[in-house]
Write a protein that binds this ligand. Structure first.
Ligand code: SF4
Length: 376
């Protein structure tokens, strides 16, 4: 193990085999839910209950189309079967522990307790042209990025497909009740989405398949982030799902990225960028390069120039993220003039660059902070 890995507790197992680690820690499976199943699986599940197979589609219409979970409101189902069908296929997966809002209600964050007590969070952000929900794919995270609250707590377990989908459906319902329509989903909450590959890809399918089988969101309105799990990036490129890939780069050189994103010790900058360009070539989608601006750590002008050289001429866009410092952390956000100079240099290199808005700061909006404060 290299020195940065030792310092941040990133064991080879965590770096290389996060899924295996997650499975080993799991104590009990989440209850089976309609959103775990494809339409054929749902029909089989209702048949097991002695019901006609079209009941599966009726249940899915309630869940995905009307955001309805209360069996009493499902009046198109026989009264005698409602509670039984709902108990078998719509069990409660997420229990709200805390909800907070800010920006005049435009940002809402929820902390959920899962069936086994694990905590995850999701955030709804309303913009003039879109309504986005940011979801968690794991409880905790095994990637051990030292500046990240979630990374400090380690991985508890990966979420099931339905536990991921239910975060979106819950907020889609909340948006609909206030006359809004959920349009975008970003997998940028707790966890490394590609370390929970199969369930995340299934969740994307549920979110994008048309109603009543799914939520019917545009694949192009889904963003999946990764710290750089190269084999999974290549695999995702071949799924036929043209979602946006967001690569959390945070440093353009291996020396610093080995420390900031320890998985870099396994797949270094050149390899991870090659995988990003392969993804862009295969899907035609511009890759979003995520770069948290950390004071005196990765914000030097020479690093902006190096990043510019690496990205110039590529199908890429840089999203600079002002770091949201966690209480007691030694990591701090870059001063605004430093951030502006970084942006200027990237743009001179011809790299489209934006600075992410800092929605939700007053409500511990950085990834993992709400769960961290609940645990503390
Ligand atoms: S920054 Fe992302 S990948 Fe890194 S520890 Fe935090 S949640 Fe995991």
């Amino acid at each position: 193990m290299t020195e940065p890995a030792r310092r941040y507790g990133a064991s080879p197992e965590r770096l290389g085999l996060p899924v295996v680690a997650a499975e080993r820690r799991r104590t009990s499976r989440p209850p089976r839910h309609l959103a775990d199943l494809d339409p054929a699986g749902r029909r089989a599940a209702v048949a097991e209950l002695g019901e006609r197979d079209f009941r599966a589609s009726q249940l899915a219409t309630h869940y995905f189309g009307r955001f309805e979970r209360d069996p009493a409101a499902m009046t198109d189902l026989p009264e005698a079967a409602r509670a039984r069908l709902a108990a078998a296929l719509l069990p409660t997966l997420l229990t709200a522990v805390r909800e907070q809002s800010c920006d005049g209600g435009a940002t809402r964050k929820a902390l959920w307790r899962l069936h086994d007590g694990a905590l995850v969070e999701s955030v709804l952000m309303r913009y003039p042209d879109r309504t986005t929900v940011c979801v968690s794919s794991q409880a905790g995270c095994g990637m051990a990025c030292p500046f990240c609250a979630t990374g400090q707590a380690g991985l508890t377990r990966s979420l099931s497909t339905a536990e991921i989908v239910d975060q979106v459906v819950w907020f889609a319902g909340a948006a609909a009740r206030s006359g809004d329509r959920l349009s975008h989903v970003v997998f940028m909450g707790m966890g490394e989405p590609l370390a929970n590959y199969a369930r995340v890809v299934e969740a994307v399918r549920r979110l994008t398949v048309p109603p009543p089988d799914g939520l019917g969101l545009s694949q192009r309105h889904i963003t999946v982030s990764t710290a750089g799990l190269v084999p999974a990036m290549h695999r995702l490129a071949g799924e036929g799902l043209p979602v946006t890939l967001a690569l959390s780069l945070h440093a353009p050189d291996d020396e610093l990225r080995d420390e900031l994103v320890p998985v870099n010790q396994r797949w270094p900058v050149a390899e991870v960028l090659d995988a990003a360009w392969a993804y862009a070539a295969r899907t035609g989608r511009r890759v979003s390069i995520e770069y948290a601006m950390i004071r005196n750590v990765n914000d030097q002008p020479w690093r902006a120039d190096l990043l510019g050289r690496l990205l110039a001429g590529r199908l890429a866009h840089v999203n600079l993220i002002p770091l949201n410092p966690t209480p007691g952390s030694r990591w701090d956000a870059s001063p605004k003039p430093v951030e502006r100079e970084f942006v200027r240099r990237l743009r001179i290199a011809g790299v489209p660059t934006t600075v992410r808005d800092t929605r939700g700061r007053e409500i511990d909006g950085a990834c993992g902070q709400l769960a961290a404060s609940e645990v503390a």
